[in-house]
Design a protein around this ligand. Structure first.
Ligand SMILES: Nc1ncnc2c1ncn2[C@@H]1O[C@H](COP(=O)(O)OP(=O)(O)OP(=O)(O)O)[C@@H](O)[C@H]1O
Length: 277
């Protein structure tokens, strides 16, 4: 079955995933995953190491064909534009790279062409608008390799958004950020979703930094998924059925902890089992 096909114009969702199953080298990696994200939706793809988050993102990007099921992505708003913006995991930019932050953002305009585009007023304006939209004005002329992790994330988000995709996928963008930088990136993404109607799917192993913004969760464990609102999914009963053993959801001081019956291995190392928040 085709991995990505255009949505019917009447459909409301930017992304619709229906019964996606993936086997790699004979192993079930994703098992009947179904969810949909509307315009402006902020969807957290939550799961521990090896749960299948990156594999699912690769399916959404059309890089892996599911064995069964299908993915529908709304087409780009503009002719020749891109439907999906993507911020990959583990960006590391060499300090010697002779590229300013604004140059890297501009490369996002050239994704469909070979080589960089010619400088033009439109191009410069588009880059400057994006620099301001992600709060990167202070460091836009710095070498990218000299930026902090949080600053680099802003630049990569700007690069992914400059071609105005309707769907933005981010693979563990908070992994190397401190609490404050993570909160700033999450607030930025929430604003982009709200103001521009961009649908966001963001993978993370810790849901806590996302609680302030995400309106939808796809929770993965061993390739199986439950999806719904945060309140629907992050519940002891729902997650116990997903994990196929008893887990408890504890809420304390605005944070969520998913705890298994004492053996840390039972939770796949998730959310520091048994430890106080
Ligand atoms: N080509 C492959 N062949 C067999 N197994 C694979 C292949 N690619 C990935 N896997 C397995 O699929 C599972 C899911 O991997 P994936 O990278 O999607 O997890 P993840 O949730 O993104 O994990 P992490 O948080 O560690 O990045 C892992 O157990 C991984 O070893």
């Amino acid at each position: 079955m085709t991995a990505t096909t255009p949505l019917q114009p009447a459909a409301d969702n930017v992304l619709a995933v229906d019964g996606v199953t993936v086997r790699l080298n004979g192993r079930m990696i994703l098992d009947d995953v179904t969810f949909a994200v509307p315009p402006g939706g902020f969807c957290g793809l939550i799961g521990s190491n090896g749960a299948g988050k990156t594999t699912l993102l690769r399916v959404l990007l059309g890089l892996i064909n599911p064995g069964s099921g299908q993915v529908q992505v709304a087409p780009s708003r503009e002719r020749g534009g891109v439907a999906i913006g993507y911020v990959p995991q583990k960006i590391s930019l060499d300090g010697d790279l002779p590229l300013r932050a604004r140059d890297l953002i501009g490369l996002g305009l050239d994704g469909q062409r070979l080589g960089t585009g010619w400088p033009s007023r439109n191009r410069r304006n588009a880059i400057q608008d994006m620099v301001e939209a992600v709060g990167a004005a202070r460091f836009a002329d710095n070498r990218v390799g000299n930026l902090s992790g949080g600053e680099q994330q802003r630049v990569m988000i700007a690069q992914a958004l400059i071609s105005r995709p309707r769907l933005l996928l981010l693979d563990e963008p908070l992994a190397n950020l401190d609490i404050r930088s993570a909160a700033e990136v999450v607030d930025l993404l929430a604003r982009i979703a709200r103001d521009n109607g961009v649908a966001i799917v963001l993978s993370a192993h810790d849901m806590n930094p996302l609680l302030r913004a995400m309106d939808q969760v796809v929770y993965l464990a061993d390739g199986r998924a439950v999806s719904g609102t945060t309140d629907e999914v992050i519940q002891s009963g729902t997650l116990s059925r997903l994990y196929r053993h008893d887990v408890e959801v504890i809420r304390a001081q605005g944070r969520v902890l998913v705890v298994s019956g004492g053996d840390p291995a039972d939770t796949d190392g998730l959310h520091h089992p048994g430890r106080a928040v």
